[in-house]
Design a protein around this ligand. Structure first.
Ligand code: PAF
Length: 290
């Protein structure tokens, strides 16, 4: 049984610990999370451990990335269990800030990333990336890590964070880690806990449909037709609405609406899916070359 992990609950507390670690010659990695940790998060911690010699995991359910009608209130919160998992996974510090450490009273600063944040999630959840960029910028400034690790499961989020980091000149390497999946292919997500057993049985049809679309595009199918086929398969399985199930350029997130994808472009093409199953929204993505 490892020792309990240290938890910093204020920005200044975190800064003091990070300064001591850096003075001791340690490199730092940050893994930002909203808690309710699962094996996907632990894979991010493992990646962080490979990249730096001390690993900080932030746990903060960020209100600014939820619209008023979304699941902020019911989002699972279990810091004690998360802290135990993180100690066992070999993380060194949890940053579970109070709200005022992230958004001081009177806070008036938001980070807006245009371009990559606009299609897909940006059009269905217009508040989302502003909230993500605003909190991640603060977390990166507070911890000042050498490396920060994010899951490729939120592929567009990763693109937005890369863009923001580049534009603001933040001195941190942004690392993406591959999606971790259940045996039936469902991508791990804290929101999978919302699925009832019948929905859980259907949920894996989403990644299966995505892989079928990938294979069709690899065989030269038209992107618009492949999208229509995928949408129909999801609806027939009980998903709905299907927000998107499209091909996009991996670097710019610009949708690929029609035509075949040339084999030379497979490496820069990503399939992005978001669909509702009852009151749970599932997202997923994969590369055309994977
Ligand atoms: O991916 C998440 O869990 C969140 O969007 C993040 C990056 C921790 C920001 O709140």
């Amino acid at each position: 049984m490892p020792d309990p992990i240290a938890i910093a609950t204020t920005r200044d507390g975190l800064r003091a610990i990070c300064a001591t670690l850096r003075d001791g010659g340690h490199s730092l990695a940050l893994v930002p999370t909203m808690g309710a940790l699962h094996a996907g998060h632990l894979a991010l911690v493992a990646e962080a451990r490979r990249r730096a010699d001390r690993v900080i995991v932030s746990v903060f359910v960020n209100p600014t990335q939820f619209a008023p009608h979304e699941d902020f209130d019911r989002y699972p919160r279990r810091l004690d269990a998360d802290a135990t998992m993180l100690a066992e996974a070999g993380a060194d510090l949890v940053y579970a800030p109070d709200a005022a450490s992230i958004y001081p009273p009177g806070d008036s600063t938001q980070v807006h990333v245009s371009g990559v944040s606009e299609p897909f999630e940006g059009s269905f959840r217009p508040h989302f990336f502003g909230g993500v960029a605003s909190v991640v910028a603060r977390l990166l400034i507070h911890a000042a890590p050498d490396v920060a690790v994010f899951g490729e499961k939120d592929f567009q989020q990763l693109a937005v964070i890369r863009r923001m980091t580049l534009d603001l000149g933040l001195p941190v390497a942004i690392v993406g880690a591959p999606t971790v999946r259940e045996e039936d292919g469902l991508a791990l997500s804290s929101r999978n806990a919302y699925l009832d057993p019948a929905q859980r049985a259907v949920a894996a049809i989403l990644p299966a449909t995505m892989l079928a679309m990938r294979d069709a595009l690899r065989r030269g199918a038209d992107a618009g037709e492949a999208e229509a086929t995928a949408r129909a398969a999801l609806i027939a399985a009980g998903f709905g609405p299907v927000d998107y199930c499209s091909a996009a350029r991996a670097d710019t997130l610009e949708p690929v609406l029609t035509g075949a994808v040339a084999p030379g472009d497979f490496g820069n093409t990503r399939l992005l899916f978001a669909a509702w199953l009852g009151s749970t929204r599932l997202i997923d993505n994969c590369g055309l070359d994977g």
